[in-house]
Design a protein around this ligand. Structure first.
Ligand code: SME
Length: 186
């Protein structure tokens, strides 16, 4: 097989074609990676929450679990709804803006629409609030107690396109587990 020329003076061996069985196995293992990680995070979160019902303490440990376990995340934490604005809650990462009005920034828009928002490139999101200039992508997941909006979970990454539907699904499951555990949310 002939080599592929990359740059003058440098060559790279052309990739060998894998059998269709190998390709399928590789694709499956890649696709399963995130769901597996999130499934293990559900188990770890349940273990962290066990026997403890202090909402702030549990939210703090939840954000620490996400920050320490998810690759390429430079901020993970909560904003909780107070009247018509989101107020900073427990988080891991650089200091962040404290108050975000509903409808402003990625967090405020996700809270207003009551939906998960994935932003592949925050520099292309109109009104994005840059708490950490290093952040390039973001996902915001709303938290509900039944129908009532409690706030949002926000994750940032320095990697463009870091978050996808598998992250949205995994994080939504985690926040559902988290809120279901909190019996006395005011
Ligand atoms: N970027 C968010 C603000 C919060 S920080 O990322 C921690 C936004 O646009 O709402």
């Amino acid at each position: 097989m002939s080599p592929v020329t990359l740059k003058k003076g440098k060559t790279k061996k052309a990739p060998t074609r894998k059998s269709s069985k190998t390709r399928r196995a590789a694709a499956t293992s890649t696709n399963n990676e995130k769901p597996k990680l999130y499934a293990s995070l559900v188990v770890q979160l349940l273990s962290l929450l066990k026997g403890e019902h202090d909402f702030i303490a549990n939210a703090a440990n939840f954000s620490a679990l996400l920050f320490s376990s998810l690759p390429n995340v430079n901020w993970a934490g909560f904003y909780f709804l107070q009247d018509d604005e989101l107020v900073l809650g427990p988080f891991q990462g650089n200091p962040a803006c404290v108050r975000i009005p509903l409808g402003k920034g990625v967090c405020g828009v996700a809270a207003e629409r009551c939906e998960t928002i994935i932003v592949p490139n925050v520099h292309e999101f109109p009104g994005h609030i840059a708490c950490d200039v290093a952040s390039n992508s973001e996902i915001v997941v709303p938290l509900f107690d039944g129908e009532r909006l409690l706030g949002v979970l926000d994750l940032d990454s320095t990697t463009i396109g870091r978050f996808d539907d598998q992250d949205a699904e995994g994080l939504n499951e985690l926040v559902t587990v988290f809120v279901a555990h909190e019996e006395h949310i005011e």
